[in-house]
Design a protein around this ligand. Structure first.
Ligand SMILES: Cc1cc2nc3c(=O)[nH]c(=O)nc-3n(C[C@H](O)[C@H](O)[C@H](O)COP(=O)(O)OP(=O)(O)OC[C@H]3O[C@@H](n4cnc5c(N)ncnc54)[C@H](O)[C@@H]3O)c2cc1C
Length: 319
């Protein structure tokens, strides 16, 4: 299969990119993979791609002024150059928009939020808050597919040869709108909530002491999330809300404290691989779906957990 991977504007591989590349390498079989970066001079990216059987790395010749239209034009150019019949990317807002635009332009299938793609292009999706697994097969020769984070186990790669960087020139005229300014979101050392392998979530039971949740998250290298009750109380920003009216996460570890497990909350987290709940009420709904449960006061349990994690790290650190 001739696979093109769109890595967006990143200059270093993130965890979702490695998942997409692992999948691309499997689907490509004996063929090579082509990668598109939207970042001019993508720096260390070429070296990062060694081992993923990537033959060509396309990158724009120069910085582009007009965001979405230039991005779409770049992807179109890479598609034409590579002759790919399958385009893969991470399931983020930008990639989904570019794929949708190009799918319309080419009369091709677009499938978002896949959790797996088989060699015959059968796509697996988890829908209705993880209540159903569906399979979808593109009926067109060309298909665009975005992959949900934490869907593919990434494999260690050999130190393969870095691909050649091939500059692409695109010109976009007659823009209907231009971007006059952008403000980067405040940088955080924590992983992104929707992409994190581990997420620690606080609910109303945290009673305003979110520092405890954050401390545990940092100990685990996890992202911080919250129930709506915690967000409504103003303890944490809305971007951290997990659930029906917040974000959907599917990490390897979901650890929540002081969360009752209301259906609207579960809608955003029940596909997590391992669910750990701390709640002082042994009848809390969250225990119905938890793999491990601790019945106890979170103000006592979390500090002990942090202590145990630190001890464990300390004993594994070389003297
Ligand atoms: C249309 C709609 C959309 C919604 N969307 C969302 C959404 O996206 N996300 C979301 O989360 N909710 C959402 N909700 C709200 C949802 O119904 C619940 O009200 C909410 O999830 C409850 O949050 P909570 O579990 O933190 O609080 P509670 O339900 O009040 O639970 C708090 C829990 O903390 C425990 N607890 C208290 N003190 C301690 C302690 N010291 N130690 C240990 N445990 C303790 C209690 O036993 C209790 O189980 C939505 C509701 C509606 C109607």
């Amino acid at each position: 299969m001739n696979v093109l991977v769109d890595l967006g504007h990143t200059r270093r591989l993130r965890s979702p990119d490695r998942e997409v590349l692992t999948l691309a390498r499997t689907l490509a079989g004996s063929d090579t993979v082509t990668v598109l970066s939207h970042a001019p001079e993508p720096g260390d990216l070429a070296a990062d791609l060694g081992g993923y059987r990537v033959a060509t790395l396309f990158a724009p010749r120069e910085e582009a002024p007009d965001l979405s239209r230039t991005d779409t034009a770049l992807l179109d150019a890479a598609l034409a150059e590579s002759g790919a019949n399958l385009v893969l990317g991470a399931n983020d807002a930008d990639t989904t928009e570019w794929f949708a635009r190009l799918a319309v332009r080419h009369g091709a299938a677009v499938i978002t939020d896949a959790v797996g793609v088989a060699e015959d292009r059968t796509v697996t999706k988890s829908v209705l808050a993880g209540g159903y697994t569906t399979t979808v097969v593109p009926t067109t020769d060309l298909a665009f597919i975005t992959l949900a984070p934490n869907s593919v186990t990434t494999e260690d790669v050999d130190d393969g040869a870095a691909p050649e960087v091939t500059p692409l020139s695109v010109s976009v005229s007659g823009a209907a709108a231009t971007v006059t300014g952008t403000t980067a979101a405040p940088a955080s050392s924590r992983p992104k909530l929707t992409e994190a392998k581990a997420v620690v979530v606080g609910g109303r039971g945290v009673n305003g002491n979110f520092a405890l949740v954050e401390e545990l998250a940092d100990e685990l290298g996890a992202a911080v999330g919250a129930s709506r009750a915690a967000v409504d109380a103003g303890w944490v920003e809305h971007a951290a809300q997990v659930g029906q009216t917040g974000v959907t996460v599917s990490p390897q570890l979901y650890l929540c404290a002081g969360v009752s497990g209301a259906i609207q909350h579960r809608a955003g987290m029940q596909t997590a691989q391992t669910i750990v709940a701390i709640n002082k009420d042994e009848n809390a709904q969250i225990f119905e779906i938890a793999d491990f449960g601790v019945v106890g006061d979170l103000t006592k349990v979390i500090p002990q957990l942090i202590e145990a994690l630190r001890e464990r790290k300390g004993s594994s650190d070389p003297a």
